[in-house]
Write a protein that binds this ligand. Structure first.
Ligand code: PMV
Length: 318
């Protein structure tokens, strides 16, 4: 019988950001990060025996040489370092690839869970987590559903998230592939940004206060911490040498309008941005229609709505 395994994993968006590795080899972060796994996009990956000796890899139905190299290296964590053969891997991202919408996160989480099943390696969640982050740091958080804490020692844990009615509005300012990848930009920030260590110190404090805010069921504190932390990360990125600018004029226009709307009590939305120009806005279900109207009046890009993913990275073929 031909062997085949399929896994899915959600994208995740950090509310307290990971930006910098204290250990490049093991992919250990300088500061803890906290994310929400989202249900709007996912990656589905299938690994199957191939009659041909070669290892083949397709991304969204097309062969992809650059990713194939990365995937073959990643799979060697499951094969004791042996290059994969007689194997075909099919990966589908339901959202845009590499546009700051965390497709590499869902991609490596799905691949890790899929490979663990396909090769019957039987790795525990902790073992799988230490492999997954080698593909992409933030992928580690896509292993779990809901709200996830990635500790600086490399472990992950689920945090109770007391806001079931929370949504994320994703404003796709630009869905094209980013020019400078997060790995490269992150490294530059660590080595050249004069206030990088202040950001690390602040993020440690933000992660503690964020967990306190979750325990207090204080959405305002959660949202403000997330927005300030994201803006602080972008200040670090902007002041690296040479500077990198992921946020565009359009991103800043949207952020400022949302801040104004919040201050004038029109609706309660909080922004977060990653290694791309897109703006994600956290809010409760009560504010969705007010936000839609505001977005239309101010000519925001089309809004993609996401709820929280409650599944995480799992095998789906059984
Ligand atoms: O995992 P990477 O290398 O793609 O880094 C992602 C970094 C951010 O998305 C900007 C922040 C985060 O915590 O996800």
């Amino acid at each position: 019988m031909r062997k085949q395994s399929t896994a899915r994993a959600p994208i995740n968006i950090a509310l307290i950001k990971y930006w910098g590795k204290r250990d490049e080899q093991l992919v250990l972060p300088y500061n803890p990060s906290i994310s929400l796994s989202l249900d709007v996009f996912e990656t589905k990956t299938t690994m199957m025996d191939s009659p041909n000796e070669a290892f083949t890899f397709h991304l969204n139905g097309q062969p992809n040489e650059a990713m194939k190299q990365k995937v073959s290296r990643f799979l060697q964590h499951f094969t004791k370092g042996v290059y994969p053969t007689h194997l075909h891997v099919e990966t589908f991202n339901s959202g845009p690839t590499a546009a700051g919408l965390a497709s590499s996160a869902s991609g490596f989480a799905a691949l890790a869970v899929c490979a663990n099943h396909y090769y019957q390696t039987g790795f525990t969640l902790e073992e799988l987590a230490s492999i997954t982050r080698l593909g992409s740091g933030s992928a580690i958080r896509s292993l779990l559903p809901g709200c996830v804490l990635w500790n600086t020692n490399g472990t992950i844990e689920s945090l109770p998230f007391p806001f079931p009615e929370v949504y994320m509005a994703i404003l796709v300012v630009n869905a094209f592939e980013k020019k400078i990848g997060s790995t490269e930009a992150m490294k530059s920030s660590v080595h050249t940004c004069p206030h990088y260590l202040d950001f690390v110190k602040q993020s440690h404090q933000d992660a503690v206060m964020f967990q306190q805010a979750l325990m207090n069921r204080d959405l305002q504190a959660v949202g403000l911490l997330a927005e300030q932390n994201a803006l602080a990360m972008h200040q670090v990125i902007n002041s690296s040498i040479p500077p990198v600018h992921y946020l565009t004029e359009e991103s800043y226009r949207i952020i400022h309008l949302i801040q104004e709307a919040r201050n004038s009590k029109l609706f309660e939305g909080y922004c977060t941005m990653d290694a791309g120009p897109n703006v994600k806005v956290l809010m409760t279900v009560q504010d969705k229609s007010k936000f839609e109207e505001f977005a239309k009046t101010h000519h925001f890009p089309a809004v993609l709505w996401s709820g929280i993913d409650h599944v995480g990275a799992v095998i789906v073929n059984e």
